[in-house]
Design a protein around this ligand. Structure first.
Ligand SMILES: O=C(O)CCC(=O)C(=O)O
Ligand SMILES: [Fe+2]
Length: 355
């Protein structure tokens, strides 16, 4: 029988503690479409910081202008004054760190491989490996469905550290309000009805949390923590490691380093579904994560998606004769499958939907 062991990736955390050189499957190749220079460039101006409390309470014109500029240039923005307690943000980071510190056999209880073989989206592990020469990312992750709440697969929710489940539940509740405030502000910028974007997310809408763990890497010049991608779901709320930089954003052909933030802000970005809904006005930025030779890095992303049965397409109120639809419609769940196909090849699914 053919050797299929290439389908089963290692825990990168374990690899990092045992090898001097990353195996060749992790190394960037010369023909890398977006370049092999991983150093990144300093941003010409920082990603805007939006005072969400001010923006939500009074639709403050300066904050709205900053949000518009952030969405049109970076596709990313920081939010402060968002109402989430600093202590909760610390607890999320601590629970994540404690989870990844558990022995491998404990983490594997939540594996994303059924019977150690068949890939599923939820659980602890790595990307699906589809071909023997697929380049692999230098990270492990835990990916969990958090909403709809009655569809949570608690089998995948860690029992250790003990606080993990409660902390994630609490974090999800607090994040939801932040997401709605942001969506309302974005709808106002588009001169849509204020609830137009919020209403795209029904009670069947999917929300996933993804805990990313990037171990130290002996070759940060040749290995990526996460390959270039645009997020799929309309909105991502990211809690970044306060001490270790790693995220890079692509803008007009240049990779920019996103500096760490020491205060309790959240980093928000839009994804390709938002790009389609807004008919290409708010574009899902391409980003990637580089590794660090000495330090581990952790991030926690919450991805806000839609009902899988819903059809995704440009919002009707945004279309007219001058602005015809630029993207085909597609059922969300079919779109998600197409996204993962493109993702493992390092391509953007949204480009395949352009009319
Ligand atoms: O680790 C980060 O800063 C970004 C992670 C990311 O891009 C993702 O999980 O989609
Ligand atoms: Fe991402």
């Amino acid at each position: 029988m053919a050797d299929e062991s290439w389908r089963l990736p290692n825990s990168v955390q374990q690899l990092a503690s045992t090898v001097q050189e990353p195996p060749s499957r992790y190394l960037l190749r010369e023909e890398e479409p977006l370049g092999r220079n991983l150093a990144g460039t300093e941003m010409p101006e920082p990603i805007p910081m939006i005072d969400l409390g001010l923006l939500s309470a009074s639709n403050d014109a300066d904050e709205a202008a900053k949000l518009r500029s952030a969405l049109l240039t970076w596709g990313f923005f920081h939010v402060s004054n968002h109402g989430m307690e600093a202590s909760l943000m610390d607890s999320v980071m601590t629970a994540s760190r404690d989870f990844f510190r558990l022995p491998l056999e404990e983490k594997r209880k939540y594996s994303n491989l059924i019977d150690g073989k068949h890939f599923q989206i939820e659980g602890y592990g790595n990307d699906q490996v589809k071909t023997p020469n697929q380049r692999l990312d230098w990270s492990d992750r835990l990916h969990l469905k958090v909403e709809p709440e009655d569809e949570r697969n608690l089998d995948h929710w860690p029992m250790r550290p003990e606080s993990f489940r409660d902390v994630l539940h609490e974090y999800t509740l607090k994040n939801k309000r932040i997401k709605d405030d942001i969506l309302r502000a974005m709808a106002r910028l588009l001169e849509l009805d204020e609830d137009c974007l919020v209403n795209q997310f029904s009670d069947k809408a999917l929300t996933y949390a993804r805990f990313n763990y990037y171990p130290p890497c002996p070759r940060p010049d040749l290995v990526l923590g996460i390959k270039p991608h645009s997020d799929f779901f309309p909105l991502t709320v990211l809690l970044m490691d306060k001490d270790v930089q790693g995220l890079q954003v692509l803008r007009e052909g240049t990779w920019y380093n996103v500096p760490t933030v020491s205060n309790y802000t959240l980093l928000i970005n839009v994804g390709v579904t938002m790009e389609i809904m807004t008919n290409g006005v708010f574009r899902g930025p391409v980003h990637r994560v580089v590794t660090n030779a000495e330090k581990e890095r952790i991030s926690v992303a919450v991805f806000y998606g839609m009902d899988p049965e819903k059809e995704i397409g440009p919002i009707a109120d945004m279309l007219n004769e001058e602005q015809p639809a630029r993207y085909r419609k597609m059922k969300n769940k079919d779109f998600l499958v197409a996204h993962y196909e493109h993702f493992t090849r390092g391509e953007r699914v949204v480009d395949s939907l352009k009319i």
